[in-house]
Design a binder for this molecule. Structure first.
Ligand code: SER
Length: 338
């Protein structure tokens, strides 16, 4: 008998850390795939850890043969800055890897006769505003507006949103016996995420978490975007809550496959001010990287998450003030023993 389990890809990454801890508390067996071995604290929480790439279909076959997967959190990806340096690898991991996982989920659903719920984190990078003037003018962007990403990562995410919708609704639509719907695809477009316990790598929203963690460690930080830069941000606990909540939302209530999520949208300067008040010795300077700035300027300052709130009750706990007062500052102080 195969054991009914949850599969998490990219388990060692920032979202994986919080998600695995959260899922483990619910008692459900967890199976993971990551290119690197899991940290010991995480490894203890999972039923089985596969070390390897999501581009390795033989590895996915092994998982399929041993476990009955009902729920997939497909987190593995190369983020936006890294993807610009290696677009072919980004496509391989972000697109071909996701296609492999969708196909895997489809076969799982076929083999156990129930749809596999497939959670996919997309991103504000799926948007692409042409210039700053437009960004200032448009305010809260809705899901179907400005879907013209400028980054490889954004293109990859947007396309995979469509692939997921295809598997869920239109898979092999010309076949005599169409089998669409074996994959119950559910996707959130995350803002830039800030965790108090891990630091991201390879993203372009990284200036926010980098600034906070550098100050807490007593290290100087040169911020790579202008002080007036504004994009949507969210705390990691709210991101994990959103994934778990959407995973358990009733299918018939979901009117879309991809949902915006919003929490707060401070400027880089507002983040700097709070960080400086909290850690008075913080040495933050501004050293704008025009190329990375252009990427952040193509992302909206605010997104409209009305549909997520209405369809599945998305409700972030932390606004800008609470994010610092109730989550980031106390948790970071504890982490760095301040
Ligand atoms: N945080 C991501 C990045 O910067 C955006 O989703 O690439």
């Amino acid at each position: 008998m195969r054991t009914s389990s949850v599969l998490v890809t990219g388990a060692n990454g920032e979202i994986g850390h919080g998600l695995i801890t959260r899922l483990a508390a619910s008692g459900r067996p967890i199976v993971t795939i990551d290119i690197a071995p899991l940290e010991p604290a995480l490894a203890r929480l999972v039923r089985r850890e596969f070390t390897g790439s999501i581009t390795d279909t033989a590895l996915l076959e092994r998982v399929l043969s041993e476990f009955e997967i009902d729920l997939v959190f497909h987190l593995a990806a190369l983020l936006s800055t890294r993807s610009e340096f290696t677009p072919m690898t980004a496509h391989e991991v972000n697109v071909e890897g996701t296609l492999n996982l969708l196909e895997f989920a489809h076969h799982e659903g076929e083999s156990h006769g129930r749809p596999v719920v497939f959670l996919y984190p997309s991103s504000i990078a799926a948007y692409g505003l042409p210039d700053l003037e437009t960004k200032t003018r448009v305010h809260r962007v809705r899901e179907d507006e400005w879907n013209t990403p400028t980054t490889m990562y954004g293109c990859n995410k947007l396309y995979c949103e469509h692939l997921g919708r295809y598997y869920a609704k239109h898979y092999k639509q010309l076949a005599a016996d169409s089998t669409a719907g074996r994959v119950d695809f559910r996707c959130v477009r995350f803002p830039g995420l800030i965790s108090a316990v891990t630091v991201p790598s390879g993203g372009t929203s990284d200036y926010a978490p980098e600034m906070i963690h550098a100050a807490a460690r007593g290290e100087p930080y040169a911020c790579f975007v202008r002080p007036d830069t504004r994009i949507p941000l969210m705390t990691m606990p709210d991101a994990i809550d959103a994934l778990v909540r959407l995973a358990s939302g009733p299918r018939e209530r979901l009117t879309r496959t991809a949902y915006n999520l919003a929490a707060f949208s401070p400027t880089a300067e507002q983040i700097c001010d709070v960080v400086q008040k909290t850690f008075p010795r913080a040495a933050i300077t501004w050293q704008v990287d025009p190329k990375r700035q252009r990427i952040v300027d193509s992302w909206p300052a605010e997104v409209d998450d009305t549909t997520a709130r209405r369809d599945w009750g998305f409700a972030p706990r932390y606004d800008f003030k609470a994010a610092f007062d109730d989550y980031l500052i106390p948790t970071i102080r504890e982490r760095y023993s301040l």
